[in-house]
Each structure stands twice: as structure tokens, then as C-alpha cells.
Design a protein around this ligand. Structure first.
Ligand code: 5GP
Length: 113
């Protein structure tokens, strides 16, 4: 399967669709999920074109992988839900049986309750 440049998150990254941005740096973009399942429900995506977790780990540069994971830690601290506070849930759906709907790799961050 090749990366679909017209997936929703690719359009958000290009600014073609609106979103409620949480954080952005050279490697990462983060925004509120449109249908929050918890009080805090944030999505974190790499700026590079990766379909899912496996694709990301197999193809991304070490720097991209490091910066992506560091951004998660930065964001949960920013939102005051880190392990020093009440904690959070980190989830990535992969493929059909994993329930992945949007084919641009992303982490869900759930917290706040
Ligand atoms: P997945 O099932 O692929 O792991 O999760 C995709 C997530 O993207 C879902 O939680 C869904 O609510 C969210 N989502 C789908 N379309 C949009 C959108 O246009 N904007 C935002 N912010 N989130 C979206």
C-alpha cells in the first residue's frame, strides 16, 4: 500500500482543512481530535508521509522517530497530564483489524479524566 496524499491528516498538514492546533515543530504536528473520546483527546502526527506505526519505524530517520516521541512527552507536560500529574493513555491503531481510519501514522493521547 502506498501513502495516500489525500488522506484527511495530509490535508490538515497542508492547511487545506482546519484544525485546533496544540503544538507544531519541524517534525511533528498535533491537534485536537474532532470527535473527542475523553476530556482531552489529542492527535500527534509526523510531518513525513508514513502510513502507520510500522511504516514510520521502518522508513523514518532516527531523528524523526526521536523527535516524534519527544514531542509526545512535551505535549503531555504542556497539557499537564504527564506521569508527574494524572497520566494519560497513548494509542496507535494500525491497519484494518487495528481500526485505523486515517492512513497517516498518528498517536492518540487521551487524558483529563
Ligand atoms: P484512527 O481510527 O485512524 O486511529 O483515528 C482517526 C481519528 O481521527 C479519529 O479519532 C477521528 O475522530 C479523527 N478525525 C477524523 N477526521 C478528522 C478531522 O477532520 N479533524 C480532526 N481533528 N480529527 C479527525
Amino acid at each position: 500500500m502506498s501513502y495516500d496524499k489525500n488522506n484527511i491528516f495530509a490535508k490538515i498538514l497542508r492547511g487545506e482543512l482546519p484544525c485546533k492546533k496544540v503544538y507544531e515543530n519541524e517534525y511533528v504536528f498535533s491537534f485536537h481530535d474532532i470527535y473527542p473520546q475523553k476530556k482531552i483527546h489529542i492527535l500527534v502526527i509526523p510531518k513525513g508521509e508514513y502510513i502507520d506505526f510500522d511504516d514510520f519505524i521502518n522508513k523514518a530517520l532516527d531523528k524523526e522517530i526521536l523527535e516524534f516521541n519527544r514531542a509526545v512527552i512535551y505535549i503531555v507536560k504542556m497539557l499537564k497530564i504527564s506521569n508527574q500529574e494524572n497520566g494519560y493513555r497513548l494509542l496507535s491503531n494500525i491497519g484494518k483489524d487495528g481500526g485505523q481510519e486515517v492512513s497517516h501514522f498518528h498517536y492518540h493521547i487521551f487524558g483529563g479524566e
